[in-house]
Ligand binder design. Structure first.
Ligand code: GLT
Ligand code: MN
Ligand code: MN
Ligand code: MN
Length: 403
């Protein structure tokens, strides 16, 4: 059959692997790569692309992901940025052809440059909105040309620090319009990939508008986009929103907007986005169980949005981190498959809700019973609940037997 890498559509992301150099809010870079620091920017970008595709092959990843800024130097103007991006795009196209590595998604960085410090789509200045729009147009087109399966929008600066200077209603409307423009352009150029929003509640802004799956769904409905845009769910972001990864996956599936996953591991003791490599078998297994139960990964994938720890300064650490994370997810997939095949959990769920499949249950959901009808039913029949144990301890323990 298909390899695990293919089944789960693993992806290596460009930014953590080749961009980040071990900085943190208190610390300078802790390691150096040949493309960090001084030198002709385009030469560095080309070198980085070589190393990137070497890593892709070494860890046998079928997909990768990138931001415009990760791969091409910004230059002095947007036009120059665009030219640089096109050049790298040609290099990518060739390397993808040679290696068979495909693009899971592309995205625009609308958060690092200081022009975006007050937001991109939600900026009080329409000039910044337009600049962001132009940037997205370029990467969306490149993503389309490279055969990308998805296009991601993470609203890192789409939020606020204080309401005292913020017109929240206006900013939401701007964000909605921005998204509509992206969707319109997607159709115009014939891009068949999914547009995905990546929710996150905070960081870098204090309050981000796309805080979790439920908030994104409400926003999409408000702008008539619930059939056009799905979500890319990240473990660490879910944790920051006070949710679990599994909850966000199940919620997105229930609302019909499940798109793709950013795999990593947050840490309950560190209340920020640490993006550690996933290493927790039971949790990843439960997450993949939800994915499988809901119909599988579809056009999405498992993007390792994970960075090395600051003290892992050896380039080999990067290979090990990816290889072991992929191995973990492959093991977790086997566990999730065992959980499904055994069927004990699903049988329990089916029995638990069986009443709703009967005539009385269906009549309620079909809208055939009013409150008065129901009150009369109960008065005539008497209430006849059958108290049953939910067997939670037993079911939770059962999971251990699949590990
Ligand atoms: C940034 C963020 C990630 C997003 C990336 C996509 S950029 O690193 O923390 O979670 O997936 O824009
Ligand atoms: Mn803002
Ligand atoms: Mn992410
Ligand atoms: Mn993150």
């Amino acid at each position: 059959g298909k390899s695990m890498q293919e089944q789960l559509r693993f992806a290596v992301c460009y930014w953590h692997s080749f961009g980040w150099a071990g900085t943190d809010p208190f610390g300078d870079p802790s390691f150096e790569r040949p493309w960090h620091g001084a030198g002709e920017p385009m030469a560095q970008a080309l070198h980085k692309a070589d190393v990137a595709f070497d890593l892709f092959r070494l860890v046998d990843t079928p997909y990768f992901t990138f931001h415009d800024r990760d791969v091409a130097p910004e230059g002095a103007s947007l036009a120059e940025f665009h030219t640089n991006l096109r050049r790298i795009g040609e290099v990518f196209a060739r390397k993808m052809q040679d290696t068979g590595v495909r693009l899971l998604w592309g995205t625009a960085n609308l958060f690092s440059h200081r022009r975006y410090m007050a937001g991109a789509a939600t900026n009080p200045d329409p000039e910044v909105f337009s600049y962001a729009a132009a940037q997205v147009k370029n990467v969306l087109e490149l993503t389309h040309e490279l055969g990308g399966a998805n296009y991601v929008l993470w609203g890192g600066r789409e939020g606020y620090e204080t309401l005292l200077n913020t017109d929240l209603k206006r900013e939401l409307a701007q964000l909605g319009r921005f998204l509509q423009l992206v969707v319109e352009h997607k159709h115009k150029i014939g891009f068949k990939g999914q547009i995905l929003i990546e929710p996150k509640p905070a960081e870098p802004t204090k309050h981000q508008y796309d805080r979790d799956v439920a908030a994104v769904f409400g926003f999409l409905r408000e702008h008539g986009l619930e059939h056009e845009v799905k979500v890319n769910i990240e473990q660490n972001h879910a944790l920051l929103a006070g949710q679990t990864f599994e909850h966000e996956i199940a919620m997105a599936q229930a609302l019909g907007i499940f798109g793709s996953l950013d795999m990593n591991r947050g840490d309950e003791l560190l209340g920020w986005d640490t993006d550690q490599f996933p290493n927790n078998l039971p949790q990843v297994a439960l997450s993949l169980y939800e994915v499988l139960k809901g119909g599988g990964i579809g056009q999405g994938g498992l993007n390792f949005d994970a960075k090395l720890r600051r003290q892992s300064i050896d380039p080999d650490d990067l290979v090990w981190a990816h290889a072991t994370a992929m191995d973990l997810c492959a093991q977790a997939l086997l566990v999730a498959e065992r959980m499904l095949q055994d069927g004990a959990l699903q049988r329990h769920v089916q029995q638990r809700y069986a009443g709703w499949d009967g005539e009385a249950g269906r009549a309620i959901l079909n809208g055939e019973r009013s409150l008065e009808d129901l009150a009369r039913d109960v008065a005539e029949r008497g209430l006849d609940p059958r108290p049953r144990s939910a067997q939670q301890e037993r079911l939770e323990h059962l999971v251990n037997s699949y590990l």
